[in-house]
Design a protein around this ligand. Structure first.
Ligand code: SPV
Ligand code: MN
Length: 620
């Protein structure tokens, strides 16, 4: 293939040709001709190339250095602060349909629209061509991925969040077995923010395993390897019968016991996923996306697709998240986004310090009391503001982070933001019941997506935003996966958000108690109370955990409030689920059976104890 030397230069052409991959060449050629950048730069795995990205993000004013060495601040536009669900679409060929929970668009029409938007979009700009690997190098789990972007911030973020992949592309030996992502920030305003937000489009073309993202910078919309690759991998996983999940991976390490017990946990965005992965004294392996496969020993193994964290910064303070706080306030390569900066010092909500009353934030020059175009007060920092850092920079990073075999899972956790129904921790009755627990997860919406907050929404496996296959296919795949295993992980649910009189019943740090109880259950260290919805802890066990871990007293009264069975509310949830699943095609019968038997058990308990709210002390 012939490339324009004036645009590429000899060194870049050499890097491209060295891959000996005609598919990479075709893709680069196609989008260079379409987007018409004035310069193309290939980024290999070398330190020199990665350093080029870092410097370019600063030169282009997409990032600004802060006082702490290695830290930079990036701002997204005021209306570009979260994932845009409305304009994120799955392209489907004519005649095909998907569940109504998926935002779809006609593939031909959408490709025409997006090619039109990309036409000349990089004129006078530089296209960066980067190579990454989703998952560890040399692993059967992993998927090489190619990113084309005109944003050095996007490519720089990816060099922190993902493993280098130029070498992996060489190992492909010319095959097309990789994902590719085409991103452009589009026209920029004077603050270097995407100007044409009304033309923000994120289009998933599953057929070609590629995603287009234009007129946006917020990483959840623009970083191809994050939530865009998640959709493509979910498609593969459901075809090949493995799991691709919106899950953290962590090693629980109970004090005084010489063992590490691995958990994977799915939580909707901004519902405690990162802080669960970062519970003090434990090992973090991942905080967002996991690939899970069966290994030869009959167990489920998981790898972290990423090597970094794009975490919510709000409420990170020395008390609640000591490890993250230390990491993000000491010198290392780190990007913070959409918070407040004054005199090169960053400030965010809930950091445990007083914030200055003016500075520069995600709205530009900011002073306390400023309002936006809708008359809404502008907070000092956005609620979805984030930090980007490598996991290896953390004191508690798991030594198996890059193990190509992954780690064996003993437990799976489903967690939601649920102010009034689920207990803080619950063990499902068995794998099928556990899949049902995941499939019936409900959670209140947060600032991680554009739209209203605090609305209770069904969010199966905390993965609904990212599904590109029907719910029926997705849930059947979970059931089948369990059937294929000889040693099943236990499935739990957690809820950190129970409230009474608008006040949370638990402290943020309490999640360590629930984790240690789950860890103990894996090793048969604790008995449990069997309730109609699953197993809950005995008072004595959690009381002693609170006392040992925090020197805190858990009163009988608080335990009772936390673990009471709210039968009416649980029954209405079952009604909601019956309706949702009743309207979907191809839902496995097992899910309806679980809904029905759970309902029966709840009704039986309600009449046996003759009350709506049953105390955990009532169960025998
Ligand atoms: C989430 O919202 O689930 C995140 C951040 O992990 S984003 O990249 O926006 O998806
Ligand atoms: Mn996420």
């Amino acid at each position: 293939m012939e490339f324009d030397k004036a645009i590429f230069g000899d060194i870049n052409l050499e890097k491209l040709k060295d891959l000996r991959n005609p598919f990479v060449e075709q893709i680069v050629d196609k989008y260079v001709k379409l987007c018409r950048p004035s310069k193309v730069t290939l980024i290999t795995d070398s330190d020199e190339d990665i350093a080029y990205l870092k410097q370019k993000a600063i030169d282009d004013k997409e990032e600004t250095p802060l006082k702490i060495v290695g830290h930079t601040i990036h701002f997204d536009g005021y209306y570009d602060q979260a994932r845009d669900k409305e304009n994120t679409k799955i392209l489907i060929p004519k005649g095909e349909t998907l569940s109504k929970y998926m935002n779809t668009a006609d593939r031909d029409d959408s490709l025409e629209e997006i090619m039109g938007l990309l036409d000349g979009i990089m004129a006078d700009r530089e296209m960066l061509v980067s190579f990454f690997c989703l998952g560890p190098a040399n692993s059967r789990f992993s998927i090489p991925s190619l990113q084309l972007t005109d944003s050095a911030y996007v490519a720089h973020s990816e060099s922190i969040l993902y493993r280098p992949g130029y070498g992996e592309f060489k190992n492909l030996n010319g095959s097309d077995n990789f994902f590719h992502f085409i991103h452009s920030s589009g026209k920029l305003d004077e603050n270097k923010n995407s100007k044409n937000i009304d033309k923000r489009r994120i289009y998933m073309d599953i057929k070609e395993e590629r995603v287009f993202s234009v007129n946006t910078q917020y990483a959840g919309n623009s970083v191809g390897l994050k939530k865009l690759a998640l959709r493509l991998a979910i498609n593969r996983a459901n075809k090949e019968e493995w799991l691709c999940e919106h899950m953290l991976i962590m090693g629980a390490k109970p004090e005084g016991k010489d063992r590490t017990t691995y958990f994977a946990g799915a939580f909707p965005s901004a519902c405690g996923k990162t802080s669960t992965a970062m519970i003090p004294g434990q090992l973090i392996l991942g905080d967002d996306i996991a690939y899970i496969r069966k290994s030869n020993d009959g167990r489920a193994y998981a790898v972290n697709v990423e090597q970094g964290i794009f975490g919510i910064i709000e409420d990170v303070n020395p008390i609640d998240d000591p490890v993250i706080y230390k990491t993000i306030t000491t010198p290392r390569e780190l990007i913070v986004s959409n918070i407040l900066v004054k005199d090169e010092i960053p400030y965010w909500l809930g950091m445990g310090k007083e914030l200055p009353s003016n500075g520069v934030n995600f709205s530009g020059e900011w002073s306390l009391g400023n309002t936006d175009n809708e008359g809404k007060e502008i907070l000092p920092a956005h609620k979805n503001a984030r930090y980007t850092v490598r996991i290896s920079e953390l004191d508690n990073s798991d030594p198996k982070l890059h193990d190509p075999e992954g780690v064996p899972l003993s437990g799976i956790i489903y967690g939601g933001r649920d102010s009034d129904i689920n207990p803080p921790v619950l063990q499902s009755l068995n794998w099928t019941h556990g899949v049902f627990v995941g499939a019936t997860l409900e959670s209140e919406t947060t600032a991680a997506t554009i739209g209203k907050q605090g609305v209770r929404k069904h969010n199966p496996m905390a993965n609904l935003d990212f599904l590109v296959v029907n719910l029926g296919t997705y849930i059947s795949n979970h059931l089948k996966f369990g059937e294929s295993l000889e040693h099943l992980p236990l499935i739990f649910s957690t809820n950190y958000f129970l409230k009474d009189d608008e006040k949370f019943l638990n402290d943020k740090t309490d999640k360590k108690v629930w984790l240690m109880w789950m860890e103990g259950r894996v090793h048969n260290d604790y008995n449990a109370i069997k309730t109609p919805i699953g197993y809950i802890p005995l008072y004595d066990d959690v009381r002693s955990l609170f006392s040992h871990l925090f020197d805190k007293t858990l009163s009988e009264e608080l335990y009772e409030r936390l673990f009471s069975l709210r039968t009416e509310k649980l029954l209405s949830r079952m009604d909601r689920m019956e309706k949702i699943y009743g309207e979907e095609a191809d839902i496995p019968q097992a899910i309806f059976d679980e809904i029905n038997t759970q309902k029966e058990r709840l009704l039986k308990a309600k009449s046996k104890y003759n009350k709506d709210i049953i105390s955990p002390f009532d169960f025998d």
